[in-house]
Design a binder for this molecule. Structure first.
Ligand SMILES: [Zn+2]
Length: 470
């Protein structure tokens, strides 16, 4: 039988604020366990939360980047559950009035409707070793935005490919908007996926199965395909799908039941009496809108339409914000976008390994590109120069000169060589003066080129000789 697949995504991303969401502990990854906590973020009785305004601004910014409506009044609620990673036994989150509602994200040729983005606090981290479980509360209280797609509206995310495209674009938008780092291996972006199947063309939705906290896009991809096939097989055999939460085991490449709907949690949400409502004015929104830097889709439009880059090259540059920032900087220094794109997608990218930084300044790269364009530096010498200065503080121009990589010599040196040639070939010079034969002039240019070891510019020499001898 043929089925329609409906995929819903809930994506958590840690905001890159300086401090946590409701206390002044640092929002920093990689500290020694439980060294970055205070009475507020470990939920000691009597400790009161104070909202971090930067977290609200970044949530609004994330929403504006995807055309969300911003709620003028947003409130925080307590989501109650017992689990060791949550010392207060409730998470400060948003249910009824989140900050952002009704947005969308364009993937391939469809705009995927998004229900909401809300702000909440992250929980601590459980570390399991053999029979022992340990808790690190450093992550507790880190501001987290949760985005929820609206699978009840069309169009749907219908395949693992579309889900990955959605996550990839969302990650890019967060990074370009400057609200989150989204480093997947640090767990800074995590996805829950729900999947249901219905007979092709049917209006009625099938039973939803949820998979929580899948790490990494590759795992999301595998988990989705596994779940689609699992449900297909059950439905083809005439069975029914259980509404349940399943856990994806990446090593085994399969999922297993975590809990069924019958014992799913009731979070008993209620407004947090410790936190007053957030009021967001039109002026606040305008100001944040103005501070929003260009997003990948806008930049792609500029790169392809205004700069004439191929879609492929534009995508290569946009895949990493630091490359795109570097490219923009270089184009501002030297308005030759195609030439620069060429250099960056070949020479520069080849030198960046394992997500390292770009180890050359825009000024140095542009000096090299310009000098090649002016035909004063051979392409292979340029590559050599690039390797010499890569990862150092050396200046391209100084190195090129001191290492004799430039094709042209100082004017005075060239004139000296030229005068010597004219003296040595005095008879030929006299002959040229009489006959004005271009072949003789070419011969003299050749002599100067030879004496300069090929470093003089032939056209320049030709011009000087003409002036001198005519
Ligand atoms: Zn704290």
């Amino acid at each position: 039988m043929q089925y329609d697949v409906v995929i819903g995504l809930e994506v958590h991303a840690e905001l890159n604020t300086k401090t946590k969401c409701f206390c002044s502990c640092k929002n920093q990854y990689g500290q020694s366990p439980n060294s970055n906590c205070c009475p507020v973020c470990v939920g000691l009785p009597g400790a009161l939360p104070v909202l971090n305004g930067e977290a609200v601004k970044k949530t609004i910014k994330a929403g504006l980047a995807m055309g969300f409506e911003i709620n003028k009044t947003a409130i925080f609620e307590r989501k109650n559950y017992f689990y060791p990673d949550l010392p207060k036994a409730y998470q400060i989150s948003q249910l009824e009035k989140p900050i952002c509602i009704n947005g969308s994200l364009r993937i391939f040729d469809k705009d995927i409707p998004i229900n909401r983005i809300h702000l909440e606090e992250d929980a601590g981290k459980l570390i399991h070793q053999g029979n022992i479980s340990m808790i690190d509360y450093n992550r507790g209280g880190v501001p987290l935005i949760e985005l929820v797609t609206d699978a009840l509206k069309e169009p749907h995310i219908e395949s693992a490919d579309e889900a990955i495209e959605f996550l990839t674009k969302l990650r890019q938008i967060y990074i370009y908007a400057g609200v989150a780092e989204c480093e997947l291996e640090k767990g800074q972006m995590r996805a829950d996926v729900n999947i249901s199947l219905k007979p092709k063309g049917s209006a009625e939705y099938g039973v939803k199965v949820e998979m929580k906290n899948i790490m990494g896009f590759k795992s999301v991809y595998r988990a989705i395909n596994y779940e689609i096939n699992r449900q297909k097989e059950i439905l083809d055999d005439g069975g029914t799908i259980l509404q349940e939460t399943r856990k994806w085991d990446d090593e085994k490449g399969e999922s297993f039941t975590l809990r069924t709907k019958e014992n799913s949690e009731d979070y008993r949400y209620f407004p947090d009496p410790d936190l007053i409502a957030i009021h967001i004015s039109d002026e606040d929104i305008e100001e944040i809108k103005k501070s929003l830097s260009p997003l990948p889709d806008q930049l792609k439009q500029i790169y392809t339409s205004n700069y004439g880059l191929s879609e492929y090259d534009a995508d290569v540059i946009l895949a990493d914000k630091k490359i795109s920032d570097f490219y923009n900087q270089c184009v501002a220094l030297y308005p030759q976008p195609k030439t620069i794109a060429n250099w960056i997608t070949t020479e520069i990218l080849a030198r960046i390994k394992n997500n390292e930084d770009i180890a050359i300044s825009g000024e140095n790269l542009i000096w090299i590109i310009k000098t090649v364009d002016e035909k004063k530096l051979q392409r292979n010498n340029a590559k050599e120069l690039l390797s010499i200065i890569w990862g150092t503080d050396l200046d391209a121009q100084t190195e090129a000169k001191s290492r004799g990589l430039l094709s042209d010599l100082d004017q005075s040196v060239i004139l000296g060589i030229l005068d010597n040639v004219l003296k040595e070939k005095a008879e030929v010079v006299e002959q040229y003066k009489r006959e004005k034969d271009p072949k003789i002039l070419n011969f003299l240019v050749g002599q100067v080129m030879k004496a300069s070891l090929g470093k003089a510019n032939a056209q320049e020499i030709m011009q000087i000789l003409r002036e001198k001898l005519n």
